[in-house]
Design a protein around this ligand. Structure first.
Ligand code: GLU
Length: 480
């Protein structure tokens, strides 16, 4: 029988999700969804000092916003939970006992300072730092004495000599690590909490995870986790280690590359579909270049198409997907998206725009964010009209006569006829005709199609703007 694919995303709730870590979630989701499998979320909150419940909640909200449906999550158990590691203490205790009973682990009393000294001398001798085995052979009496004295040991997993560890990485192919390079590692911290290696591996096994896609920073953890699962007689998932996301400059993603938090991006008006189309292609190649729905992204996903090279986040590419996503929004959705955005005077788009349908139709091809919609709402509806610097520069080169003619020709005719008449009267055409009209009508040197602006403003609106533009023109040099 073929087992159903079951993947997971296992964030540590020590911060908000950002483009880097949410891509890992997306890949795991797509892998499961594409195969008719299941995707679950597990909160790895064993670090008591750094984990926060609000981060765990925020992660779920962000994943839901992105459209990553899950079969189980913290607070939404499917019988294999709980899906919060801090609630799994009893489960872990059983597995610690099993390891102790089999002699696979031993208490280690070494202090941080002692370990640091050992590490330093190993490095000085040109060796990779490894646990030196100080507490490995402590006898029972020695252990008991130290325990009775109140020392709180960690628990270390014994890595005995043997064949190299080999596993087949879903992305990187065969991986090999000598046991001697691993060293005995901690499975339980001195405060009693499980180490990452332990809880992460045990949970994947108990939660029935078949495939794990995670960052390549975890690659060296995998051999340890395989040893551990083998010792516990638990089934290991297949692991695939994906390259990390870098900025366009090749450096690891950081604040320097702008605000890349999922929450911030949602607030700024990015569409979930834009983020998903962008992220799904960071380090994964699709056969099709065009915009895809979540189902299509899942259907076309394959681990064989994951690359090993660092994945570059290019903001220009993200804007491309944002426009693609925006084009697919119906007018009502776009209105909902832009209506609460604040204009420079603090009022919302909805407070300024009286005809939402007409406004959305006017600006939809010229905005990529609600803030840009607010820019147009203010610019087109401000009274008295306001002209941006570029527009003022254009107007300053135009004779007043030009706009007097433009006002005089204003009749109830459509835009094209009006512009033609203004051209005939002033002798201007092409850019010399349309740029001043654009500057006057929109207050900008680029923007929505002029014919649309013209009908949106209406005859009176156009007149008011032309008259305001007159104030910015150069004095007549003799023309009409
Ligand atoms: N909590 C780990 C992390 O956030 C999960 C690693 C994994 O996916 O196995 O890095």
């Amino acid at each position: 029988m073929v087992t159903k694919i079951r993947t997971r995303f296992a964030p540590s709730p020590t911060g908000l999700l950002h483009l880097g870590n949410v891509r890992t979630a997306l890949f795991n989701y797509l892998m499961a969804a594409g195969a008719g499998g299941e995707f679950v979320i597990r909160s790895e909150d064993t670090d008591r000092d750094r984990s926060r419940d609000d981060y765990a909640m925020a992660a779920l909200e962000d994943l839901r916003w992105l459209g990553l449906d899950w079969a189980a999550a913290p607070g939404e158990d499917d019988g294999r939970g709980p899906y919060r590691q801090s609630r799994r203490g009893e489960i872990y205790a059983d597995y610690f006992s099993a390891l102790e009973a089999d002699g696979r682990v031993y208490p280690c009393f070494c202090t941080q300072a002692e370990l640091a000294v050992a590490r330093k001398s190993q490095l000085a001798a040109g060796r990779a730092p490894r646990y030196p085995g100080t507490c490995r052979e402590l006898d029972a009496a020695g252990r008991d004495r130290r325990l009775l004295a109140g020392e709180r040991p960690t628990l270390r997993f014994r890595v005995d000599a043997g064949d190299a560890l080999v596993f087949d990485d879903l992305v990187r192919g065969e991986q090999r690590m000598a046991r001697g390079d691993i060293g005995d590692f901690i499975v339980r911290r001195s405060d009693g909490t499980p180490s990452f290696f332990f809880s992460n591996a045990v949970d994947d096994a108990l939660m029935g995870i078949t495939d794990v896609l995670r960052g390549e920073d975890h690659l060296t953890n995998t051999p340890r986790q395989l040893l551990l699962l083998d010792a516990l007689g638990l089934a290991a998932p297949r692991y695939g280690h994906i390259s990390l996301v870098t900025g366009a400059d090749g450096a690891p993603l950081s604040k320097r590359h702008g605000s890349l938090g999922v929450r911030d991006m949602a607030d700024a008006g990015y569409f979930p579909g834009a983020l998903c189309n962008h992220l799904a292609r960071l380090g994964h190649k699709y056969e099709v270049d065009g915009y895809m729905s979540m189902e299509e992204l899942a259907g076309g996903f394959a681990t064989a198409r994951l690359g090993r090279a660092p994945a570059r986040h290019d903001p220009v590419q993200l804007q491309h997907w944002q426009r693609e996503a925006l084009h697919r929004q119906p007018d009502e959705a776009l209105w909902a998206w832009m209506r609460d955005a604040a204009c420079p005077d603090g009022r919302s788009v909805a407070a300024r725009v009286t005809d939402p349908d007409a406004f959305v139709g006017l600006v939809r091809d010229n905005v990529e964010s609600p803030a840009e919609a607010a820019h147009w709402a203010a610019l087109l509806l401000d009274a008295p009209p306001r002209f941006e610097e570029g527009a003022r520069a254009v107007l300053a080169l135009v004779d007043r006569g030009f706009f007097r003619a433009a006002v005089a020709e204003l009749d109830s005719q459509p835009f094209r006829e009006w512009a033609k008449a203004v051209g005939a009267k002033t002798g201007e055409r092409g850019k010399a005709l349309y740029m001043p009209l654009r500057a006057a009508l929109t207050g900008e040197t680029h923007g929505p199609e002029l014919a649309r602006v013209y009908s949106y403003l209406g005859r009176d609106g156009v007149r008011v703007r032309l008259e305001a533009a007159l104030e910015h023109c150069r004095p007549d040099s003799g023309g009409s």
